[in-house]
Design a protein around this ligand. Structure first.
Ligand code: SAH
Length: 261
């Protein structure tokens, strides 16, 4: 090896030891659903920036010396605005710290992970992305609801129920026509609208639906209902909850295995 290439290798190593942001998915709640990579990074982190959806059991695994910064979000209320979160991440990374940005579920599914990473990329801050088990996969598995099934559902769609006040851009007719399981995130408040639109667009009122509250945790609750009765059932449920629409929801009766508290 020539000196030049040694230098360039050294240069790379040196550059790599500066700051790093690991965008990590914490999964839906059960700490045993963390990936091994997420677990290792929680132990190595110097700064952990985390959301409301990250369970206390998971936060208990974080390196005790790490600085923990809570930037929790509620649906209609951002305790820390997004641009400030972006600034916090950049500030610590630019000081040379290893920052873990910990998000519930998977960071790229309704988690604004993309926006945060774009901001880091624009500032040439090094980052890595660790996927997590998204709520739709975790909560349905613990509720005994297979997202697809050869007899009932040939596909699955993840949809935000956080429908903007100034316009609903979802294509309800195509959602109602596919033979897909529909999983709505953040849908509790809009359950009336979801039910109404799917019925208007041709889904049967008897279509099975499930609401899964705090999936994969000891406090998990599953409400089995129908599309017509969905808004009524949603009144009993609390956030975070998923709404699953489709025949597979009914399999909960047969495949329910997880004993919550
Ligand atoms: N990035 C996350 C989703 C963030 S959006 C993921 O991949 O799972 C927040 C929504 O996710 C909540 O409103 C709820 O619909 C859903 N959610 C998150 N955790 C959940 C859980 N344990 N049980 C049920 N729904 C959950």
């Amino acid at each position: 090896m020539t000196n030049t290439s040694e230098h360039s290798v050294m240069g790379t190593v040196e550059k790599r030891t500066k700051g790093l942001v690991s965008l990590v998915g914490a999964g839906p709640g059960d700490p045993e659903l963390l990936t091994m990579k997420a677990y290792r990074l929680l132990k190595q982190a110097e700064v952990v920036v985390y959301d409301r959806l990250v369970s206390p059991e998971i936060m208990a695994l974080v390196n005790q010396q790490a600085e923990q910064i809570y930037v929790g979000k509620k649906l209609d209320y951002h305790s820390v605005p997004q641009d400030q979160i972006n600034r916090i991440l950049a500030e610590h990374a630019l000081k040379g710290k290893h920052v873990v940005r910990l998000k519930g579920g998977d960071p790229f599914i309704f988690g604004r992970g993309g926006e945060e990473i774009e901001c880091l990329a624009e500032q040439h801050i090094r980052f890595e992305i660790v996927p997590g088990i998204t709520a739709a996969a975790g909560a349905t598995a613990y509720a005994g609801i297979p997202l697809t099934h050869r007899d009932y559902s040939q596909g699955v769609q993840f949809i935000t129920g956080h429908i903007k006040q100034d316009g609903d851009y979802l294509s309800w007719s195509s959602l109602a026509q596919t033979n897909h399981t529909l999983v709505f995130y953040m849908g509790l408040k809009q359950s009336g609208h979801i039910s109404e639109q799917l019925l208007l667009n041709g889904l049967e009122g008897s279509t099975p639906c499930a609401i899964i509250e705090r999936g994969t945790t000891a406090k998990q609750k599953v409400f089995l209902t129908t599309l017509t009765a969905l808004p009524q059932a949603a009144k009993q449920a609390e956030s975070p909850a998923l709404i699953v629409v489709g025949s597979v929801a009914k399999l909960h009766e047969k495949l329910n295995w997880f004993a919550a508290e």
